[in-house]
Design a binder for this molecule. Structure first.
Ligand code: SME
Length: 164
């Protein structure tokens, strides 16, 4: 049986992600349900990283991003492609880091506490299937180490999970 890690990883940011990746691998062992694995990953990230107020998934449904498993305050349920940080990352199929959400035109304020944000697109076999979104209550929270670490965690979730 897989148990939820009770310890917060410590250390430099890339080492922290190495620990999270190891924990995610353990969590995904023997489980291929995409929703269960997304819920686990949202919790793992929300618990494992400092200075976050939201971590979770949006899935592409009929051309729109629809809220998936998350940790944080209730958030916007539907986001159109091209809208907000999530829709922008989804449309570009690129990780988007926003150091100051107030300076990002079109940012969708689900939680007024959010000051910076990172969104990683989820692309499986060349198809966009959703995004992984993290919000922070402090400006400039996310850097390239977060981008690479979260992309690795997203890739692990895609590989470990059946079709949505
Ligand atoms: N801020 C996001 C919306 C989702 S919430 O942050 C959970 C955006 O601009 O797309």
């Amino acid at each position: 049986m897989t148990t939820f890690a009770a310890t917060r990883p410590t250390g430099a940011r890339h080492e922290l992600y190495r620990d999270l990746i190891l924990q995610a691998r353990g969590l995904f062992e023997g489980e291929r349900d995409p929703i269960a694995n997304a819920a686990y990953l949202a919790a793992l990230i929300g618990f494992g990283l400092d200075d976050l107020n939201w971590s979770g998934f949006y899935f592409l449904r009929d051309g729109e991003l629809v809220l998936g498993p998350f940790q944080g305050k209730p958030a916007c349920v539907r986001i159109a492609l091209g809208k907000g940080v999530c829709g922008t990352a989804a449309e570009r199929r690129e990780t988007v880091i926003v150091p100051d959400v107030h300076a990002f035109p079109g940012h969708i304020a689900c939680d007024a506490a959010s000051r910076s944000e990172i969104v990683v697109p989820l692309v499986k076999d060349g198809r966009l299937i959703g995004v992984l979104d993290l919000d922070a209550p402090i400006p400039d929270r996310f850097d390239e180490a977060d981008a690479r670490g979260l992309e690795a965690l997203a890739a692990l979730w895609i590989a470990a999970s059946d079709e949505l």
